[in-house]
Design a protein around this ligand. Structure first.
Ligand code: AMP
Ligand code: MG
Length: 500
């Protein structure tokens, strides 16, 4: 192993440049990962490794050691980040990376700075009563869903590797342990800001805000009031992000403020899942008894979380609190409109409208209402509508998505009348719709099947197959047609669990 380490020094396997580690000491705790007994590399995301400028050949050879935390690449400065957060509405002044360790940052081939973080590599000073470990199931879920989100065009943290540790973790039952390597634009959360505010540490908030502006929003440095501009920019990215979640039927599941980035990437895929039949009240998470984070509640919760971010920024916005509150309120007050613009814009695309008319919102809403009352699969209904846009012979398949085809026929009639006022040829409209209405989403029953095969039989073929299909979600892949299908009644998975 010592020789491998030497090789790595020679080849500088990771071109680290660790900016977070240069922030004030109380922003984090330095922490070396724990050792894993018998690490085995389940999966390495080679295209992503290339994009990050990493030495792929070396990672193929030593990935198990590196991505388990057993071997520290040269230049790593491992640390656990401090943060706080509102969990289900209740404030917890200290959370922090209890089972995640930031190895460091690299500047990728596109000039973007990216965090590389191990999740499940042992305890940190923020572990509280937790073991710092991760179970295989949640690691595979996060791998599948984050890569699916990327392919769907939804900003999200990425999966670089999954490693099995060869050690058990103890939850309600004994499960195989694993480590997930996550890549993020950064791991700064709304809750990171709250950590400093909770301690009355305005200098900390300012240092963090300046860091975030430099890293994610450098164009705001010269804004009249950079902190109002920062708040506005984060609201804009989150409004755009949550609209995209709704467009693909994604339910995050734990939208606590510690699970919301300021970069605008989806993060912390705990009990997340995609909806099959359209129902705005859909909830999967076992711990979300009240439906706080149900599908249709996500935009409102996003605004609630952003209001918490706004509170932390008040002392930076203006020394006069009243003026600061006024400025922040204007921004948070505009969130609803921002969200609606993104949401309706995307929904127009989903039903094939390029022009804008007053009645479009109603046309979209009546389609959603139809899906709900007729128990239609959200993904298939839009996909079949996309085919139908250019091909009348696709009509029976579309109608078959609904319990009562006549109700669907009535809506189709309205839709066709609206399309008469569109300019594009039908073939072009259909092609555009097929680019925004996926054929494949990571359906929950498929994820569960892949996890069960991995845990029970050490069989990763379903996991691999899912990754293959989901890498091209907007292409009809006839060989994988079965992966488009919603679950049969006996296959339905209605509850998902946090990784903890
Ligand atoms: P999450 O539910 O993954 O967003 O985590 C919420 C908080 O609990 C974070 O501070 C995590 O670091 C911490 N946490 C979750 N699981 C563990 C674990 N197994 N060991 C230590 N801390 C954990
Ligand atoms: Mg979290």
């Amino acid at each position: 192993m010592s020789q491998t380490l030497e090789d790595m020094r020679d080849s500088a396997a990771f071109p680290f440049d660790n900016s977070y580690a240069r922030l004030p000491q109380h922003f984090f705790a330095r922490q070396t990962p724990s050792q894993a007994a018998e690490p085995w590399l389940i999966k390495l995301n080679e295209p992503l490794a290339e994009e990050l400028g990493l030495d792929v050949a070396l990672l193929r050879r030593d990935g198990a050691e590196i991505f388990s935390g057993n071997m520290l690449p040269d230049g790593a400065d491992p640390l656990a980040m401090a943060y706080a957060g509102h969990q289900f509405g209740g404030f917890v002044p200290q959370l922090g990376d209890g089972r995640a360790i930031l190895l460091g940052e690299v500047v990728d081939r596109n000039g973007q700075r990216r965090d590389i973080q191990l999740k499940g590599a042992g305890q940190t000073p923020f572990s509280r009563r937790g073991d710092g470990r991760a179970a295989l199931g949640p690691v595979l879920r996060e791998y599948i869903v984050s890569e699916a989100m990327y392919a769907l065009g939804v900003p999200a943290t990425r999966a670089l590797a999954a490693v099995s540790t060869g050690q058990p973790v103890y939850r309600e039952s004994i499960l195989p342990g694993a480590v997930f390597t996550r890549v993020a634009a950064s791991h700064v959360r709304v809750g990171t800001f709250q950590f400093f505010t909770a301690r009355g540490d305005v200098d900390g908030v300012r240092a963090l805000a300046d860091y975030v502006i430099d890293r994610h929003y450098p164009e705001l440095r010269d804004a009249g009031n950079p902190y109002v501009a920062l708040f506005e920019a984060v609201c804009e990215r989150q409004a755009a992000l949550i609209a995209k979640w709704l467009h693909v039927g994604f339910i995050h599941g734990v939208m606590n403020t510690d699970n919301m980035t300021v970069s605008g990437e989806t993060i912390d895929f705990g009990p997340c899942a995609f909806m099959d039949v359209y129902d705005p009240a859909t909830v999967f998470s076992s711990i979300d008894q009240q439906g706080r984070y149900a599908y249709a509640n996500q935009p409102g919760i996003g605004q609630w979380n952003l209001a918490r971010l706004g509170e932390t920024l008040l002392p930076l916005i203006d020394a006069d609190t009243e003026k600061a509150v006024e400025a922040a309120n204007v921004v948070i007050g505009n969130y609803g409109e921002r969200f609606q613009t993104h949401w309706l814009g995307g929904m127009r695309e989903k039903i094939g409208l390029a022009s804008v008319e007053d009645g479009d919102l109603d046309l979209v809403q009546s389609f959603l209402a139809l899906m709900q009352t007729q128990q239609a699969d959200f993904t298939l209904a839009f996909r079949r509508l996309s085919h139908l846009a250019a091909d009348d012979s696709a009509e029976p398949a579309f109608l078959a998505s609904f319990r009562d085809p006549d109700a669907a026929r009535a809506w189709l009639e309205r839709w066709r009348q609206r399309l008469e006022r569109e300019m594009e040829p039908a073939a072009q409209r259909s092609a555009a719709m097929l680019r925004v209405n996926p054929a494949f989403i990571p359906r929950n029953h498929r994820i569960e099947q892949a996890i069960a095969a991995a845990i029970e039989d050490a069989d990763f073929s379903l996991f691999e197959a899912l990754l293959t299909v989901l890498a091209r979600p907007y292409e009809d892949q006839p060989a994988f047609a079965a992966y488009m299908e919603p679950p049969k009644p006996e296959e339905r998975v209605v509850e998902t669990f946090c990784g903890t």
